[in-house]
Structures are given as structure tokens and as C-alpha cells.
Design a protein around this ligand. Sequence first.
Ligand SMILES: O=c1[nH]c(=O)c2nc[nH]c2[nH]1
Ligand SMILES: [Zn+2]
Length: 446
Amino acid sequence: MGKKNIVFVGILASSDSLEKLKINYGYIAIEQGKITKTGSIKEFERLAESGTFSGYQIIKLSANQFIIPGFVDCHTHAPQFPNIGLGLDRPLLEWLAKYTFPLEKRYKDTEFAAKVYDQVVQRLLRNGTTTACYFGSLHVDGTLELVKSAIKHHQRALIGKVSMNKENDAGYYNNTKQELADVETFVKSVISYQNELVEPVVTPRFAVSCDKELMDGLSEIANKYNSKIQSHISENLSEIEYVLQTNPDCKSYGDVYNKSQILNNRCIMAHAVHLTDEELTLLSAKGVSVAHCPASNTRLKSGLCPVRRIIDSNITVGLGTDVAGGDNASILDAIRRTMDVSTCLEMQGRPKYSLNWREAFYLATLGGAQALNLGDRIGNFDVGKDFDALLVDVYAKGSQIDQFAGALEKTDDEHAVELLEKFIFLGDDRNIVQVYVKGNLVKDTL
Ligand SMILES: O=c1[nH]c(=O)c2nc[nH]c2[nH]1
Ligand SMILES: [Zn+2]
């Protein structure tokens, strides 16, 4: 593991925007983890001849390999990973009470936490998730184990200690005063690590679990430390009904958060499945981002999130796996489910709601980076950004993707687009043969 100066030569693919996917044959040079130059193959040859890259490791990609930006998971629950694929037979509030809170309670045990989190971080890196925005559990020390794992394995991570102060059957909540003190301790501890890849996120679980006093206090802490803030909004109809019943002075779910000053351009809200036009206008005006989590929305039967409508409301959107409501920890899966859910909406009569693979790829990379306010640092291959990237081999050993001899002849450009397209629809972690975070090689099966 180390930050060598590297040049990759071959196919590079990244997004400039929702509409603009860039795929070209060329080179990308990385110094001290940052992208310093990119250009055509001809330019590479000229610079190489003049000695510009002496001392660099030069990696020439094969015809079936390419480089893409690392995936960004804008929303996942690290402590819920032992439940992945289990207990998806109940709607949200029952699922939380029956399966989720009892499991999360166990993270008081820091030894258990350390073991699970080390596996979670490594699993996500293997899947190509170079940046993850995590919910931890209620526990300061348990969640600090997640921070330590991210630092140890060089993952870029936004990590929140979950806040809850409303009573529940599992006894999984805190009193307000203690909770606010714990959150401040957590935020300060993460900052004290002075790690360039990891930052704390203030994390009120959702308005079902937090009262106004707690959310007001959390908003103050987020402002004091200029930290991000994450929560859930409008995922499930019973949840919305409960939130409106318990906050009779508020006209909408969004209004509950707005009254506690939680909505701002450092705020990431998961789900947003059932927002009204008025709430979409509010989130857009406040600069709130949305983490779209299609897997859990389907598994918990919460609803089909109209992601096109959210994007068209000028809200920045990234993708989330939302384990363990979501049953898959790969952003490739989130890309596919984004296409499927949006296509179902279109087939149900919402014109133009379907997102194609290029758009979903943007949400998984640059869109996610922008949703986490990291768009100036990661998400594509602009010079000056950190090199968070995946080296993909479409026909890697053991891959699901078969190569068919004698298939139609393609131009180089057609071949490059089709490689990415095949990977998006059929690929998995076996195709991701190298993973880099800020120039650090964190997975290598090349
Ligand atoms: O999908 C979800 N997973 C959770 O853990 C959660 N908590 C509140 N709301 C939630 N939704
Ligand atoms: Zn969630």
C-alpha cells in the first residue's frame, strides 16, 4: 500500500453531469494521490518520450479493461450488516422494532462492533465503494470502532453516531441531555483523528425517534462543527402519518425538520419517496441532498421513489444501498434498481421517469459525490481531484460476463461504451480488479 506516482493508459470513463458521460482512450497521471494530468494517447506518447513520466509506475490497460471513478454510497447502516438478506417480511416501523433495534443494541459491545465493522468496510471496498456515508449505532465507542476500521482500510467515510431519544420496546434510546453530550464527544473524537478521509456526521435517526428538543440541539452541534447532518425522510406512509400525528403544529414531514433548522446544504436525507411538491420545493431551496435507496424501498414495500421528479426539482441525488432494509451492499445493484424502479414508474404512466444506465452511473459517482458535498474532491477525473477509482476488467477470471468469439466487429469507441454498459448490467466485485482511494491501492486482484 502506498502512494506511488502512476499513469494509467487505456479507456477512461466518467461523468461530467447527468447528461454527459465521457469515455475516451487516453491517459491519467496521479501524483501523491491527486490527478495531475489527463489527455490523449498521443499526448501520453509525447510526454513519455520527453521523460515526463520517468519514475512513474505505468499501467497499460488491456483492451477489455477501463478506469472509472469509485462508487459513492450515500446511505448505509454499518451495524445492520449481520441482518443483510434477513427479516424483510415487515413494513418499516415493525421491521425496525423486530429486527433492527435489537441488533443495533448489541454494539454497546465494542469487541463485537470492531469485528463487524472491519468486515463491513472491507466488503464495501471490495465492491468498489470508495466513499460511504454511514449510520452507526447509538453508541459512541461502538461507532468509533467504525471510524477506526475506515481509517485502517483507507476508505473515505462520513460516519454518524445515531441519535434517538424517544422510548421504544427495545429500550434502544438515550435521554436528551446525555445524547447531546455523546454526539459532541463523538464529533470531537472523530475530528481529533485528523484523518483526511473520515469526517463525522450528526445523525438524528428520523422524526419518529427524535423529539424537537433533541433535533434542535443536534442542529446546533452540526452548525458549531460545520458538520454534515443525515437522516431519513418520507420513506413509508405509516411513518409519515405517525410523524404528522406527533407534530400537530407542522404541516409536513419536511416542516418538522425545517422547524429544527436541520435542512441546509450540508444535509443528506435518505428516501424522500412520498414528498409533496411543497416539500420538494423546500428541500431544493435549502440545498438538501437526497440519497435514493431503491433496494430498501422495494424490500420493505415502502414505495417506488420518483427519482426523476426529485432531480427535476433541482435536488442533488446520490445512491444508497441502505443495508439492511436494502438486501445488497453493492452500488452496482443500486444502479440497476434505480433503473428498474424508475422504469416501473414510467410503465405505470409517468412519462420520462425512467433513468438510463448512463444517468444511473452518474448518480453512483459524481452525483453521490455532489450529494455529500465532495464534488470538488472526487466523483470524476477532473485534474486536481483525488484519485478514487476502480480498474475494471470486464472478462476477469471467474467473471459472470462471457466473451463471445466472432461477435460483431466494433469501432474502438463502440467497444469502449459497450464494455462499460456490460459491466453496469452484468458485472460484480470480481470485475473490479483494483480499487484506489486517494491514490492508495486498497484492493488488488489484478
Ligand atoms: O430504511 C431504514 N432503515 C433504518 O434503519 C431506519 N431508521 C429510520 N428509518 C429507517 N429506514
Ligand atoms: Zn436508512
